[in-house]
Design a protein around this ligand. Structure first.
Ligand code: B12
Length: 167
């Protein structure tokens, strides 16, 4: 992503004026990944764009992420990974989410991005494979941040007005 001003981010990530409540994003990385600044960057980007963000931080075990989706019922889950294992950890994670009997987990929009493999742009097939496993969108390194904003807006636009935490 290129460096941007807050005003530019607002253009890239406009939040629809017809939304009556802020959409809630669960932001996380995968279990093996200890990188943190990617999460901080995304948290700020999303918050400045009007989303409510829960950032689970680094090295999140699959079970913890799944439990947080079950409890928080977010409008979307955004996964960031840069250590090169993201395609493996992400594949395992999305299989568990999509196989869950709770529709809040099996249908929640989930996207993943970052440096997902260890060959940079040399692994273009990774995105297709991860979408085939159940991710709604995949952003490999160098993806246009505007596409992320557009995809997130589209995926969260029709989420129910009343979600809230599960009992
Ligand atoms: C700092 C750093 C570390 C620190 C992290 C400290 C911390 N608390 O965060 C430490 C020293 C711990 C570390 C460890 C390791 N690291 Co490191 N690390 C870096 C480094 C230098 C900077 C990362 C950073 O903070 N960037 C700043 C953030 C803001 O940018 P970003 O991470 O690139 O994220 C951007 C994009 O990727 C994108 N993005 C990210 N996620 C998402 C998600 C979505 C949805 C979207 C749309 C976009 C998006 O947006 C972000 C902003 O532009 C990078 C090299 C580099 N220059 O990038 C290597 C790097 C990420 N590390 C790497 C590696 C290999 C490791 C280790 C495996 C090394 C080792 N052998 O131990 C370990 C892994 C540890 C683990 N368990 O995960 C490799 C990953 C290789 C790959 N994927 O191809 C890199 C790229 C270095 C390299 N060139 O080889 N690392």
């Amino acid at each position: 992503m290129s460096r941007q001003t807050a005003a530019h981010r607002q253009e890239v990530f406009p939040v629809s004026p017809i939304q009556s409540r802020p959409k809630r994003i669960l932001l996380s990385t995968v279990s093996s990944d200890s990188h943190t600044w990617n999460l901080v960057f995304l948290q700020l980007l999303l918050q400045e764009s009007g989303y409510e963000v829960t950032n689970l931080g680094p090295c999140v075990p699959d079970a913890e992420l799944i439990e947080q989706v079950r409890v928080q019922r977010p409008d979307a889950v955004v996964i960031s990974s840069v250590n090169g294992h993201g395609h493996l950890d992400g594949r395992r994670l999305i299989r568990k989410l999509r196989a869950d009997s709770d529709p809040a987990l099996s249908t929640v929009p989930v996207m993943i991005g970052g440096k997902l493999g260890i060959q940079g742009a040399g692994q273009p097939h990774l995105a297709d494979e991860l979408v085939a496993e159940g991710f709604d969108a995949v952003f490999t390194d160098g993806a246009d941040p505007a596409e992320f904003g557009t995809a997130l807006r589209r995926m969260t636009a029709h989420r129910p007005e009343i979600t809230g935490a599960a009992a």
